[in-house]
Design a protein around this ligand. Sequence first.
Ligand code: ADP
Ligand code: ADP
Length: 225
Amino acid sequence: MSFVNFQGVTKSFGATVAVEELNLQIEQGEFFSLLGPSGCGKSTTLRMLAGFIAPSTGRIGVHGRDITTLPPEARDIGIVFQNYAIFPHMTVFDNIAFGLVERREDRATIKRKVDAALEQVGLSGYGERYERELSGGQKQRVALARVLVIEPEILLLDEPLSALDKKMREEMKFWIKNIQKSVGITTIYVTHDQSEALTMSDRIAIMNEGRVLQIGSPVEIYEHP
Ligand code: ADP
Ligand code: ADP
């Protein structure tokens, strides 16, 4: 039994079939990418896994549990979008602590977890800064830390690099990959950029018009496109 399991999942918006008969198995600890052009159904797939939208038909399982109809807050899933929204009036520390404060964790635990998260993303010593004092890549790492600090069992990354310039994108590719490896968190990464998928993933699913055309390791995908 795979960790994440899409079984015959279809999602339609009116006459538009965004995702069609999707069958996808993702293993625990994997860095799995959904690669394909704009409009092929990548975000819809992530949003169904996160619980923001419901499949029209089919089932989604995580860790052997059917989560198809669970609300987002009942799922153990963290998501980072391309437009990481950092609260500008709060310090980096308070941004990362936000979810822990909501969960009413005690101050000592919050301090310990936020410090660990800052270290994970290479931002130790940046806790008292504000958004305006950070580079694009640093902001994206704060967004990542804010999700990791909650310790979700799955991390969803939706085009997390597309707001960054080319140099910063290259740098962030390695950050994301290294953080994912050291935390060991099951990660699903959405991108239209083939080189991002090839350099970071354990496996890649190539999507087009709502369907998966091919699944394989970067080497398999590269050699048999
Ligand atoms: P991608 O993430 O690969 O760019 P999406 O999953 O966002 O693709 O979209 C897949 C298709 O579904 C597109 O044709 C898009 O216009 C359509 N779509 C996505 N969300 C909605 C929605 N809320 N209402 C109507 N159509 C949608
Ligand atoms: P992404 O870049 O992640 O694919 P989009 O810009 O396609 O996101 O979509 C942003 C939001 O608009 C999402 O909530 C999506 O469901 C919705 N959406 C996408 N396509 C359509 C559409 N054709 N009609 C209505 N809503 C849409």
